[in-house]
Write a new protein. Structure first.
Length: 188
């Protein structure tokens, strides 16, 4: 009697789709969950609503500190940046959506948890810095070309931030996939 054929892993288009499908589904689940948590309207006075308000105020302080280096008239009250062109830092001004998409992509990608943690920390910080540059740029667009503010705010900068996040993700994927990177960062 002949022995049964050994199990041979499938190779081809079908097996190549599984990791892509897993990545896509994991990405959508993470991005959706994080986006819902961010967009949820927390009751005023609740711990999370207070935390979000303090977070936005801290964001305004960071952007105001950068702007005050370039324009001494700038000062911050709460989440408002005051000076020659006032700005209010509210939800959506913190680039959280693009940070969520970047974080979900890194966490969904097949890699070690150390690589993922490193990617999320460095990437989110880089997006934070890019968003501070965005806020500073929008301030000066408001001062010097107020008619262009809305298009810079709603069309140009969102594309730049998404492109930055995609570029950071591509760089991280390349780094995380390098076989010789063991021990380079965080002892991974």
């Amino acid at each position: 009697m002949a022995s049964p054929d050994p199990v041979v892993p499938r190779v081809g288009p079908q097996s190549a789709r599984r990791p892509a499908l897993r990545f896509g589904l994991t990405f959508m689940l993470l991005a959706g969950t994080l986006s819902l948590a961010y967009a949820y309207s927390y009751p005023p006075g609740s711990a999370l609503a207070t935390w979000f308000q303090r977070y936005l105020e801290a964001y305004a302080q960071a952007a105001g500190a950068l702007l005050s280096l370039l324009d001494p008239s700038v000062h911050v009250q709460g989440a408002q940046i005051l000076g020659r062109y006032p700005l209010w830092i509210v939800k959506d001004c913190d680039a959280m959506e693009v940070k969520i998409l970047f974080t979900a992509a890194v966490l969904a990608f097949p890699s070690t948890w150390r690589s993922k943690a490193f990617g999320v920390i460095v990437g989110v910080f880089a997006l934070f810095v890019a968003n501070l540059v965005r806020i500073a740029t929008l301030y000066f667009v408001g001062v010097h070309a107020p008619d262009s503010f809305e298009s810079a705010h709603r069309e140009i900068w969102p594309l730049i931030l998404v492109g930055t996040a995609l570029g950071l993700f591509a760089i991280w994927v390349r780094w995380a996939g390098r076989p010789d990177r063991k021990g380079m960062i965080l002892g991974s």
